[in-house]
Design a protein around this ligand. Structure first.
Ligand code: AMP
Ligand code: MG
Length: 350
C-alpha cells in the first residue's frame, strides 16, 4: 500500500511514464519452480510484472518439457530412444537440436580424452541396477557392457544430418549435457522476451543473467562435498553459467563405500579422481559437459587441458589424502572473488 501511495504522488510530479518505469524497478522478483527433466527447474526474474512472469516462465517450462520429450533416454518415444534403436542398422536422420548436441558431444569427447563420453549410459545403468541392490556389477558383465561404449563409434554426416553407430549395442545418454543445453535455450527465450535480469536453475545447472538490482552479480554458493547442507564458499556471478558435478546427491553405498553416478568411461568404474568439480563458463552447455569431465579427470589432468578452453574457470575439490581431508583448487579468474564459508583456503589451479 505504501509503495502504491509513493507511486501516485510521484505520478503527480513527474508524469505517468516515469512512474511506471520507477515502480517496475521496485518490483520484487518473480519466482517460478517446477519439476522437469527428472529434476527441479526454477526461474528468478527481475523487472517483470507477475502476469508477465507467469507467461514467460510458462513458455520456458514448456520449452524444457519439449527438450525432455526429445532428448530423454528414459522415454521410449523420444527422438533419442528412436535413434538408439535404429542407428546401428542404418544412418538415421535427426533434428537439428539432436545433431548439434551429438556434434558437441563428440568434440568434447575428443577434447577431454574420452572423460566425457555420451555412450557410457549402459554402464551407468549397470551400476545403478547392481548398486541399488548393494552389489558391485560382476567383472565379466561390466567388461561386456563397456565393450558396447565409445563415442568414436558415433558417425555424423553433416550433409544429410544423419547419425549412424559403427558398433552394435551402442547407446547414447545425454544426461551429462542436456540440462546445460536446455538452460542455454531458456536463456535465449528469456532474452527474446526482453528479460534483462534472471537466474535460471535446472538441477544445479545455472545461468546468471546480469545481476539483481544494486548487486555486482547473483550470489551462488558451492556445496561442501562431504557435509550435507554445508557450503564451501560463494561467488558473485554475472552473465555466466555454473555447473557442479559430484556425488553428494546421487550415489549408492556398496560394502560401506560410496559410488557415484558419474563413470570413468575408460575403466567403467565410478570416477574417483576428484570429490567435486564446478565450472563457470559462458555457456551452460559447456559448464555441464566440463563439470562432468573435470570430475572424471581430476585436478591435474583437467589443469592440463584447461589451456585449450577459453572462457572456462574451475573450482575442483581433491580427494582426501592421509595429510589433508581434502584440498580446494580455484582458477585465477575466480580466486579473487571467492568468499570462503567454512574457512577452507583455496589454492591456485591454473
Ligand atoms: P552431471 O550430473 O552433469 O555430471 O551428469 C551426470 C550424468 O551424465 C549421469 O547421470 C549419466 O547419465 C551421465 N554420465 C555419467 N558419466 C558420464 C561421463 N563420463 N560422460 C558423459 N556422461 C556421463
Ligand atoms: Mg555436467
Amino acid at each position: 500500500m505504501r509503495l502504491l501511495a509513493v507511486c501516485w504522488i510521484a505520478a503527480g510530479l513527474v508524469g505517468l511514464l516515469l512512474v511506471l518505469v520507477g515502480c517496475r524497478g521496485l518490483m520484487p522478483p518473480f519466482f517460478f519452480q517446477e519439476e522437469v527433466m527428472g529434476t527441479h527447474f526454477s526461474l528468478t526474474l527481475y523487472g517483470v510484472s507477475p502476469e508477465e512472469g507467469v507467461a514467460i516462465a510458462g513458455r520456458a517450462y514448456h520449452l524444457v518439457q519439449e527438450l525432455d520429450a526429445r532428448l530423454s533416454v528414459y522415454r521410449s518415444d523420444s527422438e533419442l530412444s528412436r535413434l538408439n534403436r535404429l542407428a546401428a542398422d542404418r544412418p538415421v536422420p535427426v533434428s537439428q537440436t539432436l545433431y548439434q548436441l551429438l556434434d558437441k558431444s563428440v568434440i568434447y569427447g575428443r577434447l577431454t580424452h574420452g572423460a566425457f563420453d555420451v555412450t557410457v549410459g549402459p554402464v551407468v545403468r549397470l551400476w545403478r541396477f547392481y548398486g541399488s541392490h548393494g552389489k558391485l556389477p560382476p567383472a565379466k558383465v561390466l567388461e561386456q557392457t563397456l565393450a558396447r561404449c565409445g563415442y568414436q563409434a558415433i558417425e555424423l554426416d553433416p550433409a544429410t544430418r544423419t547419425v549412424r553407430f559403427r558398433k552394435p549395442g551402442l547407446e547414447i545418454d545425454l544426461g551429462g549435457i542436456a540440462k546445460g543445453y536446455a538452460v542455454d535455450r531458456v536463456l535465449d527465450a528469456l532474452r527474446r522476451a526482453g528479460v534483462r535480469n534472471a537466474l535460471i536453475d535446472l538441477g544445479g545447472n545455472l545461468y546468471c543473467l546480469a545481476a539483481p538490482p544494486d548487486e555486482s552479480g547473483w550470489k551462488v554458493c558451492v556445496h561442501h562435498p562431504l557435509e550435507a547442507n554445508a557450503q564451501l564458499g560463494c561467488l558473485r556471478i554475472r552473465d555466466r553459467a555454473l555447473a557442479t558435478s559430484g556425488q553428494y546427491m546421487r550415489y549408492y553405498t556398496i560394502g560401506g563405500r560410496r559410488y557415484g553416478h558419474i563413470l570413468d568411461p575408460r575403466t567403467g568404474q565410478p570416477a574417483d579422481n576428484a570429490l567435486q568439480a564446478t565450472i563457470v563458463s559462458n555457456s551452460a552447455e559447456r559448464a555441464d559437459i566440463l563439470s562432468t569431465a573435470a570430475f572424471v579427470l581430476g585436478r591435474q589432468k583437467f589443469a592440463s587441458i584447461i589451456g585449450q578452453l577459453p572462457e572456462v574457470e574451475a573450482i575442483i575439490v581433491d580427494r582426501p589424502s592421509s595429510e589433508s581431508p581434502f584440498r580446494l583448487w580455484i582458477t585465477s579468474g575466480l580466486l579473487p572473488r571467492w568468499q570462503s564459508v567454512g574457512g577452507i583456503q583455496p589454492q591456485p589451479l591454473y
